[in-house]
Design a binder for this molecule. Structure first.
Ligand code: FAD
Length: 291
């Protein structure tokens, strides 16, 4: 089932993100964690693509398993920046052969080793090239990334939104946002992209922070602004892992409730292979989901 046909409902639904194992050894434990999440019957599950593509086989294996065993629609992520046309074509054909119709088209982070390389030699420079290729090669429902606090490489939001519009116009069906911890940032972003003529559905991405160490990593990765309310919570509970987890899940739940109160009906949770976190968020919303 195509994600674009799932996310048009007026009621609140959640989707969960999982990531593939880095090695064959980790496969069984990741498989079982993702199955626990699939049993919660989210609207769909997305499976990330390891930076640089090293874990790409597992992305597809996990996505196929979730779809076949639990009948949960899946979204397979695919990155292109450090790949050749040939390898990307092979991945696209493998996605098709696996019967997966939803693909998240991403550029991927530029590996540090390639930062100073001659980019004119590269087969891919931005996600738009992958979007065009997917559009040409299959009947995919195509998702892409967007950044309410601008992409870290962008000089300013005006340019970021200009390139986002070009990417969407190339054939993107929906967007998923980078994590954010202040919903007002999302509301401002939505206002600006709608003004710029971007009309596709935008699925906000919410990251439940469940331990204090995650905070620095999240800021580094996304450049996200941490509101004082969130910082106080980490100050108070950061050294008590159980309390921090409960507080982080409550904070994420609160963000989701506020989003839905503002008529945003589909929320993507960066559940990171943690079935207990996904389940607690779902339970916290049990009288709200589907309404
Ligand atoms: P792009 O859309 O290409 O944008 C990257 C930068 O280039 C932006 O600054 C943009 O403004 C600029 N730009 C775009 N087009 C042009 C142009 N024509 N000319 C000049 N500049 C341009 N990474 C993974 O490795 N695996 C994953 O599974 C994964 N999943 C993700 C899911 C989501 C929802 C998000 C938000 C991110 C994810 N990432 C993932 C991280 C992502 O790969 C990085 O953020 C990456 O740096 C940018 O990818 P993009 O697809 O947004 O790139």
């Amino acid at each position: 089932m195509k994600i674009i046909d799932i996310i048009t409902k007026d009621t609140l639904s959640l989707s969960f993100e999982v990531f593939p194992p880095k090695t064959e050894m980790g496969f069984d434990s990741v498989k079982s964690a993702t199955e626990e999440i699939a049993k919660l019957k989210p609207a769909f599950m997305s499976v990330t693509y390891g930076a640089g593509g090293g874990t790409s086989k597992y992305t597809l294996d996990i996505a196929k398993n979730i779809k076949a065993t639990y009948n949960v629609p899946t979204l397979a992520h695919l990155t292109c920046v450090s790949s050749t046309k040939k390898t990307v074509d092979e991945k696209i054909q493998a996605i098709k052969a696996a019967g997966i119709t939803n693909v998240m088209a991403l550029r991927g982070d530029i590996p540090q080793s390639l930062e100073d390389a001659d980019r004119s030699e590269w087969d891919y420079h931005n996600a738009i090239e992958l979007v065009r290729e997917l559009k040409e090669k299959g009947d995919f429902c195509i998702g892409a990334a967007c950044y309410p606090e601008i992409h870290p490489e962008s000089a300013n939001q005006k340019d970021d939104i200009k390139y986002l519009k070009e990417k969407v116009d190339a054939g993107v069906d929906f967007l998923t946002t980078q994590m954010f911890f202040d919903n007002n940032l999302l509301y401002n972003f939505l206002y600006k992209i709608r003004e710029a003529g971007i009309t596709v559905p935008v699925i906000p991405g919410i990251m439940p922070i469940t331990n204090a160490n995650q905070v620095d990593r999240a800021i580094k990765l996304s450049g996200s602004f941490m509101p004082q309310r969130f910082k106080s919570l980490v100050d108070k509970f950061g050294s008590d892992s159980a309390a921090m987890k409960q507080a982080g899940i409550a904070y994420a739940t609160d963000q989701i409730i506020d989003l839905y109160a503002n008529n945003i009906t589909n929320v993507h949770v960066y559940s990171m292979n943690k079935p207990d976190v996904a389940e607690k968020i779902q339970n916290n919303l049990s009288d709200i989901l589907g309404k």
